[in-house]
Design a protein around this ligand. Structure first.
Ligand code: GDD
Ligand code: MN
Length: 381
C-alpha cells in the first residue's frame, strides 16, 4: 500500500498528466458570498500550478449569492474542482478543517477566494514541504518582502496588536500567525485536527499554538492584495474570537471558546442584575423582592440576547424562534439557580468558607446553564 502511494507521487512529479486523478496538492478555499471571485481564482490557480497535480476544494457555507452553484459549474468542467456545500453552518476555521479532511493529497494549502492571497507562491511553498525544509509554510505579510498595503490604519493596528499578544501569551514564534494563507503536510494536520477549534477565523494561529513549537515552520513573504469583488466577512467579533482562542490555548484546552463566551456573558449578567436592582430600589422605590425579581429577569434577558449574538452566533435564533428560545432560557436558568444554591449550601454546610461555597455554586450554575442551553435553547443542527 505504502509502496503504491510512493510510486504514485513519484510519477506525479515526473509526469503530472498521467496522474491527473491523484493530486499531490489540495487547495482548500473557504467561501461565503464569493460568486464573482471563484472562477477567476480557478483560472489563476490553473496558470500558477502548471506541472503540479493539484485539486481545489471549495467549502461554501450555503452562500445566499449561490457561490456553490458557480463552483459546481466549474466542477462539471474540471474534475480537479470540488465543492462542499455546508448547510446550517458558518465559520471560516471549521470550513478549512473540513476541506482539508475531505481532500487526500499529501499537502494541503488554505487560501482565500477573493484573490487577496498570492497563488504564485504556491509552487515555492510546495517545494519547501516536499524538500523536507518545512512541515508548515506560512504566507507572511510581516517579513522582509511581504506587506499588507490594502489595510487601513485601524485594521493594521489590530493585526499588529493581535500578533504581539499571540507571540507573548502563546509563545508563537512566527511573524504572521494571523495569516489565512498557508500550506501544511497532511499527516501533521491530521494529528492536530481533533484539537482545533471549528469556531472563529484564526485557524493558522490555532494550528501553530496547538503544535506547541513542534511543527517545522518556514515563512514566505507575500503581498496581501485588495479584495476583488464582494466584501470582507470579518467584523468586530473577530477580536472576541481571537481572545477566546488565546484563552483556550493558554488554558491548554480545558475550557472551550463557547464556554468562555458563555461565562463572560454570565459575568456581564451580574452587572446588569445589580444595576437593575439599584434602579428599581433607589429610583422606582420598589420593594426588595420585586426589585430582585426584576433584576433576575432583566439579567437573564440580556444574557440571552448577548449569547444569541456572540456565543451562539453561528446558531443564532431568528424570528419567533427567539421567543421560544428566551422562554427555554428562563427555564434553564431557573433550574440552574437551584443547582447553584444547592451546591453552595451543601458546601457551606461542610466548610463554612463563604467565597469558596459561593464560587462553587456559581460555577455549578454556569456549567448547568451552558450544558442545558446547548441542548434546549440553541440546539445544534
Ligand atoms: N465557508 C466559509 N464560511 N467561508 C468564509 C466564512 C464562513 O463563515 N467567512 C469568510 N469566509 C471566506 C471568505 O469567503 C473568503 O474566501 C475567506 O474566507 C476570507 O474571508 P474575508 O472576509 O475575505 O476575510 P479578510 O480578507 O477580511 O481576512 C483575511 O485576512 C486575515 C488576515 O488579516 C482572512 O484570510 C483571515 O483568515 C486573515 O486572518
Ligand atoms: Mn479577504
Amino acid at each position: 500500500m505504502n509502496e503504491a502511494i510512493r510510486l504514485g507521487s513519484e510519477t506525479a512529479s515526473q509526469n503530472p498528466q498521467q496522474t491527473k486523478g491523484l493530486p499531490e496538492l489540495s487547495i482548500v478555499v473557504p467561501t461565503f458570498n464569493e460568486r464573482d471571485n471563484v472562477a477567476r481564482l480557478y483560472r489563476k490557480l490553473e496558470a500558477a500550478l502548471t506541472g503540479i497535480a493539484w485539486e481545489v476544494v471549495f467549502v461554501d457555507d450555503n452562500s445566499p449569492d449561490g457561490t456553490w452553484n458557480v463552483v459546481r459549474e466549474l466542477a462539471r468542467q474540471d474534475n480537479r474542482v470540488r465543492c462542499i456545500r455546508r448547510i446550517g453552518r458558518r465559520g471560516l476555521s471549521g470550513a478549512c478543517i473540513e476541506g482539508i479532511l475531505a481532500s487526500s493529497a499529501a499537502y494541503a494549502a488554505v487560501m482565500d477566494a477573493d484573490l487577496q492571497h498570492d497563488e504564485t507562491q504556491l509552487p515555492k511553498m510546495l517545494s519547501l514541504l516536499q524538500g523536507g525544509q518545512a512541515e508548515l509554510v506560512v504566507g507572511s505579510r510581516y517579513i522582509e518582502g511581504g506587506s499588507a498595503d490594502s489595510f487601513d490604519r485601524q485594521r493594521a493596528g489590530f493585526s499588529a496588536l493581535a500578533t504581539s499578544i499571540a507571540r507573548r501569551v502563546l509563545g508563537v514564534a512566527i511573524a504572521d500567525p494571523m495569516s489565512g494563507f498557508f500550506m501544511i503536510r497532511r499527516d501533521r494536520f491530521e494529528q492536530l485536527a481533533p484539537k482545533l477549534s471549528t469556531q472563529g477565523f484564526k485557524i493558522l494561529l490555532d494550528i501553530v499554538a496547538t503544535a506547541h513549537g513542534e511543527l517545522k515552520t518556514v515563512e514566505v513573504p507575500f503581498t496581501f492584495g485588495t479584495r476583488l469583488h464582494g466584501e470582507s466577512k470579518l467584523d468586530s467579533m473577530v477580536a472576541l474570537d481571537f481572545l477566546g482562542l488565546v484563552l483556550a490555548k493558554f488554558s491548554n484546552d480545558t475550557v472551550s471558546l463557547r464556554f468562555l463566551l458563555f461565562a463572560m456573558v454570565g459575568g456581564t449578567g451580574l452587572f446588569v442584575h445589580l444595576a437593575t436592582l439599584f434602579v428599581a430600589l433607589a429610583w422606582l422605590g420598589w420593594s426588595f423582592p420585586e426589585a430582585q425579581t426584576a433584576g433576575a429577569f432583566v439579567a437573564m434577558t440580556s444574557n440571552f440576547i448577548l449569547n444569541n449574538f456572540l456565543t451562539y452566533r453561528d446558531h443564532r435564533l431568528k424570528g419567533v424562534a427567539i421567543l421560544r428560545g428566551l422562554f427555554a432560557f428562563y427555564l434553564v436558568c431557573s433550574v440552574g439557580l437551584f443547582a447553584n444554591v444547592g451546591v453552595a449550601f451543601s458546601l457551606y454546610d461542610q466548610e463554612p468558607i463563604w467565597w469558596l461555597a459561593g464560587a462553587a455554586g456559581a460555577l455549578m450554575g454556569v456549567v448547568w446553564n451552558y450544558a442545558m442551553s446547548g441542548l434546549f435553547v440553541w440546539r445544534k443542527r
